[in-house]
Design a protein around this ligand. Structure first.
Ligand SMILES: [Zn+2]
Length: 89
């Protein structure tokens, strides 16, 4: 076996080893992180129906008597809107 052939074999082994390593390392190259930057508008508001806290920009709004209410979902909004106004609390 000539030294030249040995070199080629070594090269092939190296390439093969790299390919194997590549196929094993099938992780995504970068972690996809969704870091939402803190938004000054992103205040937590309370849903008056289910009392869940929701970010303001995601909340559904309903104005009643000059007061803005925030809701987590349309269901809560409908429920609130359908309720007769009561001085509860
Ligand atoms: Zn709700």
């Amino acid at each position: 076996m000539t030294p030249f052939r040995l070199l080629i074999l070594a090269g092939l082994f190296y390439i093969g080893w790299r390919l194997i390593r590549k196929s094993f390392a099938k992780k995504p190259p970068e972690e996809v992180r969704q870091v939402e930057e803190p938004d000054p508008e992103d205040v937590l508001v309370e849903d008056p129906v289910c009392h869940v806290l929701i970010p303001k920009h995601q909340a559904l709004r309903l104005r009643r008597d000059g007061i803005t209410y925030y809701f987590c979902s349309e269901q809560c909004c409908d429920q609130f809107a359908g309720q007769p106004e009561q001085g509860e609390k």
